[in-house]
Design a protein around this ligand. Sequence first.
Ligand code: IPE
Ligand code: IPE
Ligand code: MG
Length: 228
Amino acid sequence: MSIPSHIAIIMDGNGRWAEKRGLERIEGHRIGAEVADAVSQWCADSGIKYVTLYAFSTENWKRPRHEVNYLFELMLMYITSQLERMLKEEVRMRFMGRLNELPEKLLDFTRYIEEKTRNCSKLNVIVALNYGGRAELLDAVTSLIRKGRSEITESDISSCLYIPDLPEPDLIIRTSGERRLSNFLLWQCSYSEFFFTDTLWPDFSKKEFLSILEDYSKRKRRFGAVDI
Ligand code: IPE
Ligand code: IPE
Ligand code: MG
């Protein structure tokens, strides 16, 4: 079975999951964080090397202040509680996005986690945090302009993305029934496979994850060429 090297996930539907149960939206985020953690274990078990999780977009600041604060607190608490396990299981965690715009405590925390896990190499978990595909492209082009460049190539842009050594995603999964990218990995998705499921993120299961991998393995990726 062909296994994707890099899976990127738009973890959507936490709010609706909670609302359906008469709970506060933040309850959905709390369960969603547990699923995110489980997914990284399923990826490691399946031999996937990179998983990128869309945790907070540059547009998510439009949400009520208390929801934004809760999401940040949750990240601090959850990742801290998983740190020991990540080190034991050789998980490297990196963050991508406009990290400088985050509250200082969270910014310091992202640096701390990156430093702590930098020598781990079994699985790479990338958390897209205050991430926007357009912001990433603007930041890349701005840094090229600052270097005095007047002509650029595709590989110049790729090398100025937030994590230049991150391979492009083979597969992008979005839960919750929405069929859009919501500003995720706009440059990197040019030849990604997509999988959309109606399942809300807190209900996403290992069984469904494995069935998506099976679906992926049957796809023919041609990258614009023809089959010989
Ligand atoms: C995804 O769930 C989590 C984040 C965007 C942080 P949502 O909070 O978007 O859940 P819905 O889409 O409102 O159900
Ligand atoms: C995308 O979900 C962002 C994350 C999952 C972090 P949203 O819920 O913010 O996307 P829209 O608003 O439905 O497009
Ligand atoms: Mg949503």
